[in-house]
Ligand binder design. Structure first.
Ligand SMILES: [Fe+2]
Length: 612
């Protein structure tokens, strides 16, 4: 049978990526940042594309269709219209943005053809079509409501579609400047985090606060309409006319200036974080209700940057509006590359679609490069490093004992993850029982803020023992895309968080049997691991259970602050030597930090890592 290859590309805005399909099956996908080592790299993803082609063993000339994930001319239309609407106030950002558009973005087709050395026409899907396709087509549902929510695509900021078989029909849109993604990003900026990447931090901060500003936000900044759409009060925002997200009116409303990046996090900003999280939850629920009303489906697929908000996903799952919820792990713009390719295969080429089985769905978690034992050993020898080679059983037993001994391990196995979460292929792991472990891993391993929560990976057989997971969340827990409450019987010494002045001090107290992964609101961003999805990670969890009695580990992404998740064994070595990770496990090779007589030179590596 002749093979049809479709290459999807997302680029030039945020988090560029490439994805390759062969007869509709995803062969490979990766984000450009993993190769260039520049976080959220938005440049043309030539490295990611080359990886995909190499992995499939094909040349550019073998590709049937190349598709780009949005329509640059429509995006330009939106930007131009916004400037004209607010002129002359947007002149500064207008002057800054236009040369790039004229030089590069409007000529996307020419650029792709030239950079790829590809002669055929390039296809373009709309931004929210790509998001919707990235969520629906890989889902296990034959039909589903599809809700896509992000900052802004071309004009659309939110869309409700209906997926049925191989069809995907758009039902309702909300246009720029009314945008939940931009509202959340405005608060991300206000709390001193970087827009487009610090949204996780704002979400992680929310449990430390009380939502006392929720009403103020609802009364002044955003209203939820009867059709599930929202209207932002543009008097308070500056993202249309200037280079900032918010303006003086916003600051006056809350009576405090925007926090600068390295200033202390006071209770005020924690309360702000808690308040905007609650408003976000309400909006997502309203949008989901509308999606239900329009489709009457029991299934929901979510995509767009907002779909990565685990707390909102949890509230949505608990609301019971939908029986099943699915979020594809690269739900942000990187996933647009995958969605665009899938849209061409199903919607445009009219290929029949059988919904993925629940098992197949999980193949999506590892679509990146992998490395052979020979490649890894050659690298270790080249650097003169001391290592042990073990068989699998020895490796699990060794790691389990080391983890029980409070060692922190860099765990590198198989194909790199696609999307922002590390799911046991490129992870840093540790023992979740100890309250000190969260602090140690944040400050000494990741070099990041001590309040940032860590996620637990738990075996499927033990998940319900430790967490209250609603049925509608089951698919989300596979990808660490929702929170769940820690089961009551595992909580200890619960205190009213509001009554404690220094909330960070609570992190060091004994609050549960799994302290390092229990957030202040007694929730956890849980990953449920099944043997069939990730056998090595599952076996490691079981080995740790044998030693410690607990089938659970801290699972955080293998990188330090400001660095993309490691891609190659060499990246892992740099991260190992740059941090206080005790042990590095590269497939079956074990490196102990204390046994090393040579160190890697980190000078060049450090230059590449841009702190956020
Ligand atoms: Fe997007």
């Amino acid at each position: 049978m002749e093979k049809t290859y479709i290459l999807g590309i997302s680029a030039f805005y945020h988090d560029s990526a490439a994805a390759l399909l062969c007869n509709g099956t995803v062969v490979a996908a990766a984000q450009e940042e993993r190769f260039t080592r520049k976080k959220a790299d938005s440049s043309f993803p030539i490295n990611a594309i080359n990886f995909c082609l190499k992995y499939a063993g094909i040349e550019v000339s073998d590709i049937s269709h190349v598709v780009f994930y949005d329509k640059p001319i429509l995006k330009f239309d939106r930007i131009l219209a916004s400037y004209l609407h607010t002129a002359p106030f947007g002149i500064r950002s207008f002057i800054k943005a236009i040369p790039l558009w004229l030089r590069e973005k409007l000529w996307t087709e020419d650029k792709i053809k030239k950079d790829l050395n590809y002669d055929n026409d390039i296809l373009f899907t709309q931004h929210h079509q790509s998001h919707a396709a990235s969520a629906f087509y890989p889902s296990p549902f034959n039909e589903a409501a599809v809700l896509t929510v992000d900052g802004a695509g071309e004009w659309t900021t939110t869309a409700i579609s209906y997926g049925d078989g191989n069809k995907l029909n758009l039902l309702q849109t909300l246009d720029f400047p009314h945008s939940l993604g931009l509202l959340y990003s405005a608060f991300t900026y206000y709390c001193g985090f970087k827009v487009n990447s610090g949204e996780y931090k704002l979400m992680g901060l929310a449990p430390y606060g009380t939502p006392i500003y929720k009403q103020k936000i609802s009364d002044n900044l955003v209203s939820i309409n009867a059709d599930g759409s929202i209207s932002l009060n543009l008097k308070f925002f500056d993202y249309i006319s200037g280079l900032k997200m918010i303006n003086r009116n916003f600051i006056k409303l809350f009576g405090m200036p925007a926090r600068r990046a390295e200033e202390p996090l006071t209770q005020f900003y924690m309360d702000i974080a808690a308040s905007i999280q609650e408003v976000t939850n309400d909006i997502i629920v309203a949008m989901a209700r509308q999606a239900k009303k329009l489709t009457n489906s029991k299934n929901l697929c979510l995509a767009g940057g907002v779909a990565l908000n685990c707390c909102a996903n949890h509230v949505l799952a608990k609301s019971g509006i939908f029986e099943n919820i699915f979020v594809q792990p690269a739900a942000g713009d990187a996933g647009g590359a995958l969605g665009a390719a899938l849209y061409v295969h199903y919607a445009l080429s009219d290929n029949p679609r059988t919904p993925q089985s629940h098992d197949q769905v999980l193949q999506l978690s590892g679509l990146g490069p992998d490395f052979t034992a020979d490649e890894i050993e050659a690298l270790l020898i080249r650097h003169g490093l001391t290592y042990k080679k073990m068989n699998e059983q020895q490796m699990y037993a060794y790691c389990a004992n080391a983890l029980d001994d409070q060692k922190i391990i860099g765990w590198f196995q198989g194909r790199m993850e696609f999307g922002p979460r590390a799911l046991g292929h490129r992870s840093i792991i540790g023992d979740p029982r100890n309250a000190d472990m969260q602090k140690k891993m944040n400050l000494k391993i990741k070099f990041r803020e001590s309040f940032r929560p860590f996620a637990p990976a738990v075996t499927e057989d033990a998940a319900d023992e430790y967490f209250d997971i609603p049925d509608s969340s089951k698919l989300l827990t596979r990808y660490m895309l929702t929170t769940a409450a820690v089961a009551q019987k595992h909580l200890k010494n619960t205190v009213a968080v509001d009554s404690v002045q220094n909330k960070f001090s609570l992190l060091e107290t004994d609050r549960s049997t799994i302290n390092a992964v229990t957030h202040l609101d007694n929730s956890a961003r849980v990953q449920v691991v099944r043997e069939k999805d990730n056998p090595k990670f599952y076996k490691l969890l079981k080995a740790f259970e044998q030693v410690s009695g607990l089938p659970m580990l801290i699972n955080t992404s293998f990188n330090v602050r400001g660095e993309p998740i490691v891609c190659t064994p060499e990246d892992a070595l740099y991260c190992f030597f740059a941090s206080n990770i005790d042990i590095l496990v590269l497939e079956c090779f074990i490196l102990e930090k204390q046994s090393q007589s040579v160190k890697m030179d980190l000078t060049e590596w450090k230059k590449k890592i841009i702190q956020d």
